[in-house]
Design a protein around this ligand. Structure first.
Ligand code: FES
Length: 109
């Protein structure tokens, strides 16, 4: 049986780094990721929107969702599920762990 938890976690940011904008672009081993804060929760999603090749950075975050700043597609931060057009494909999400000060993202080994 395969262990589905075979991920390695990398510290990518201090929590304080997201205080100003609630978002941060992370290049983790070549994966382009957008780290997001919504209330007290942290999420890591694909940096690129699935509609066109534009970044989701700067999108509005509200109620666990992000709205793309370009044409308004909406995605659920926790699952990457697409909720509103013009995007129709879900986006990738990553596991996130936090400790008192730092945020880590998990990548499959
Ligand atoms: S690039 Fe995101 S909705 Fe068009």
């Amino acid at each position: 049986m395969t262990d589905i938890n075979e991920e390695k976690f990398y510290v990518v940011a201090a929590k304080s780094e997201l205080d100003a904008t609630g978002q941060m672009h992370v290049d983790l081993n070549g994966e382009q990721i957008l780290l997001c804060k919504d209330g007290d929760e942290y999420y890591a999603i694909a940096y690129m929107c699935s509609h066109e090749e534009f970044g989701l950075e700067g999108g509005t975050i509200n109620n666990g969702c992000i709205t793309c700043p370009y044409h308004g597609a909406e995605f659920r931060l926790k699952t990457g599920e697409v909720l509103a057009p013009p995007a129709y494909e879900n986006i990738k999400t990553y596991s996130v762990r936090t400790d008192e000060d730092n945020i880590s993202i998990g990548l499959a080994e």
